[in-house]
Design a protein around this ligand. Structure first.
Ligand code: ZN
Length: 431
């Protein structure tokens, strides 16, 4: 009896064995490279911090120096300069506060994400001894556990080593309260809020009670007074929240004596770019909100018809040329032209909507720069400060693109979003 040749299973096993061995090699190389990236970013951080050693400077000056360096790194690597600044700061903290972690990463005992968990969860430990103790214990765990497992363990250890009371920590945590927006797909977006748990729970409870009450009224009427409500509780909660934020007024209003109508009179403002065929109903192509969020055709047409508070412009379907502008809020034509042309801040990679930007002279007015369209551009507060306070310069080309030159002389060009032209006397827009 002869043995059969290696079974298909054995051949598979050999392949898988090689896959695992190869992946281990790849991961080890990546870990070593990630450690090297942290070290390089930390060098940039040291340069920003070191400058102030020789020449004492204010916190604000140090911040500006770091921003300029971050912009240099960000433009070269195609990162947003805020991202570059965050990564530089985080790498500086990692190298400074958790050096053993960086060595473990270099030796591929942990991954970069493990290292980030250690830096992030360990950050509130200000005493060197407790930080050292934290690093030692969490590293042992990180070498054999997943990132999520390490994070949970690190939190417990940090909790044990934290010298401060829950109340003190809560007071600090409350300083981080904020609201933010994330774009979603299919013309949707998410609104996030972080605030103390009691307030957030109370908000959710109130929305739920209101939604249930709305449902009870609709059910009781049985549809005979024209009240039918087919919405789910989730949908009703979302509708109520939008209604409250868009139409409500704050109970505590410090401005009511100074602003006519108080804070409640302030209305939302968003710009929407609608292809002309969509506007007249001949096409279902969507529109763009603030130059970055696509919205569906029906919503776009609804806005066009219903909402006088929206900045509106109609674009040619082929060339993207602006055909008409809303007549509701006339602003100086030049500022509007620049805002419409630029759509967002013109620093490479920045998406801050033009409406929230300042109009900057590419060549400073003080240096002879003229107030003409080809010398004006939208810059958000952050990048306006960067250009004013650091060696960064910008020059606009005849096609509206802007050439940026960093302190090291590296150059990068930001092209305009689209072309804008004003017809001498356009037909009345169809709204
Ligand atoms: Zn910007």
């Amino acid at each position: 009896m002869s043995h059969p040749a290696a079974s298909p299973h054995e051949a598979d096993d050999a392949v898988l064995d090689d896959v695992v061995a190869s992946l281990l090699r790849v991961e080890a190389a990546i870990s070593a490279l990630e450690a090297e990236r942290f070290r390089q970013l930390a060098r940039a951080h040291a340069v920003a911090a070191g400058r102030s050693v020789h020449r004492p400077r204010s916190v604000q000056e140090r911040e500006i120096a770091l921003r300029s360096i971050a912009a240099e790194v960000g433009v070269a690597l195609r990162w947003h300069d805020r991202t570059a600044q965050r990564r530089i700061t985080e790498a500086g903290a990692l190298i400074e506060d958790f050096p053993t972690t960086v060595t473990a990463l270099e030796e591929a005992k942990i991954t970069a994400r493990h290292a980030e968990v250690i830096r992030e969860v360990g950050a509130p430990l200000l005493e060197p001894e407790s930080r050292h103790e934290f690093e030692r214990r969490v590293l042992t765990r990180a070498e054999r556990d997943t990132v999520a497992g390490t994070r949970a363990f690190a939190r417990t250890v940090a909790e044990e080593l934290k010298p401060r009371s829950m109340t003190e920590r809560h007071d600090d945590a409350v300083d981080r309260r904020r609201v933010w927006v994330d774009d979603d797909i299919d013309g949707m977006a998410q609104l996030g809020v972080i605030d103390s748990a009691t307030k957030i729970r109370a908000m959710f409870d109130r929305l739920t009670r209101q939604a249930r009450a709305a449902r009870r009224v609709a059910d009781a009427s049985g549809g005979d007074v024209g009240v039918t409500d087919t919405r789910s509780i989730d949908q009703t909660r979302a509708d109520l929240l939008c209604d409250l934020v868009l139409g409500g007024r704050p109970v505590i209003d410090p401005t009511h004596a100074h602003l006519p109508g108080g804070l409640g009179a302030i209305r939302a403002e968003v710009s929407v770019v609608i292809p002309v065929l969509t506007a007249v109903g001949a096409s279902e192509r969507g529109a763009m909100l603030d130059g970055c969020t696509p919205v569906d055709a029906d919503t776009a047409r609804h806005l066009l018809a219903e909402a006088p508070g929206w900045e509106r412009l109609l674009t040619d379907p082929v060339t993207g040329v602006v055909l008409g502008l809303d007549r509701y809020r006339p602003t100086p034509a030049m500022r509007r032209f620049v805002r419409l042309r630029d759509v967002h801040c013109r620093f490479p990679g920045c998406r801050q909507p033009a409406r929230r930007c300042e109009i900057d002279h590419n060549l400073d007015h003080a240096k002879g720069g003229r107030t003409t369209l080809c010398n004006l551009a939208c810059l958000c507060k952050r990048h306006h400060v960067l250009k004013t306070e650091t060696p960064w310069t910008s020059a606009q080309q005849s096609d509206g693109s802007i050439m940026w030159t960093g302190p090291l002389g590296r150059r990068t060009t930001d092209p305009p979003e689209g072309r804008v032209a004003f017809a001498p006397d356009p037909d009345p827009p169809p709204f």
